[in-house]
Ligand binder design. Sequence first.
Ligand SMILES: C[S@@+](CC[C@H](N)C(=O)[O-])C[C@H]1O[C@@H](n2cnc3c(N)ncnc32)[C@H](O)[C@@H]1O
Length: 257
Amino acid sequence: MSELSSIARTFAAYLIRPHLYPELGRKIYKNIFDRKSAFKGKEDAEGWCRNLAVSQQDAVKSLGFENFAPLTSLYPEAFAFANEAEQNCPVKMGGAGALDLIYYLAEFTRAQNVLETGVAYGWSSLAALLSLKNRGGTLYSSDMPYLGKDNDRYVGCVVPQELKPYWKLYHYADRESLPKIFGECDSFDFIHYDSDKSYKGRMWAYPVLWERLRKGGVLMSDDVGDNAAFMDYCVQQGHQPVIVEFDGKYAGYIIKQ
Ligand SMILES: C[S@@+](CC[C@H](N)C(=O)[O-])C[C@H]1O[C@@H](n2cnc3c(N)ncnc32)[C@H](O)[C@@H]1O
C-alpha cells in the first residue's frame, strides 16, 4: 500500500469513529509539527537500560517470589485458549510483553484495582486478570483500535470469557479514557503503560498515572528503551526504577515509596 493510500485509509477510519475525533486532531498536529517524538533520545535510553537491566526472572524473585513459576505453567488452559484465539484472529496486532512480570507485580501489590493503557490482543490484560481474579479485583483498560486495521472487535480477543466479569475496557484514546476511568476509580495498586509510546505521549501520561497510584503501588511501562521519556521522567522525579530485559526489549517499573 502506498503511503498516500495508507494515510487516506487511516483518515477514513477516524472519520467513522466520532469518539476518536479528539485523537484525530492531536495526530494531525503531531504529524505536522512533531514528527520526531517516537525515538527522541533512543540511543541514550538504550544505553541506560542496558546498564541497569535484570532478567524478568530475577526481577520477579527480587519481589519476594523465590519460587518463580512462569504464567504459562500456572495457567496452561488460559494460555491454550489465548494462543488459539491469537492464531485465529484475522488481524495482526501488538504482541505479548513481559507477562510474568505483569502478573507478579499484580500479586506483589495484592492488587484490587489495576489500570492499563494499550490492549491489542489483550496479553497484558490476561496476565493482570489472572491475578485479579484471585482477589475479585478489577482491571480498567484504555485502548483505541489500530486505525486502518478495523480491529475493534478483536481487541482483547485472547481474554477468556470467565475473566471478563473482572474487566472494564474503555475504547477511547487515553486522554479521553483516563478521565472516564478516574471517574469510576481514583486510586490504583498497579498501573501498566503500553499505549502511546511517543516521547510526548509518555511524558504526558506518566505524571497523570503516578498521581493515581497508591503508596506502595507500582507503575510499569513497556518499551522504555525506544526513547528517553521513561529515563528522563525517572531522573527528573528522582525515582529509582527497575529495568527488565526480555526478548531484546526493555520494560521498567517504579515502586511508589
Ligand atoms: C503494543 S499494543 C498493547 C499490547 C498489550 N499491552 C499487550 O501486552 O498485549 C498498543 C495498543 O495501544 C493502542 N494505542 C495506541 N495509542 C493509544 C492511545 N493514545 N490511547 C489508547 N490506546 C492507544 C494501540 O492501538 C494498541 O492497541
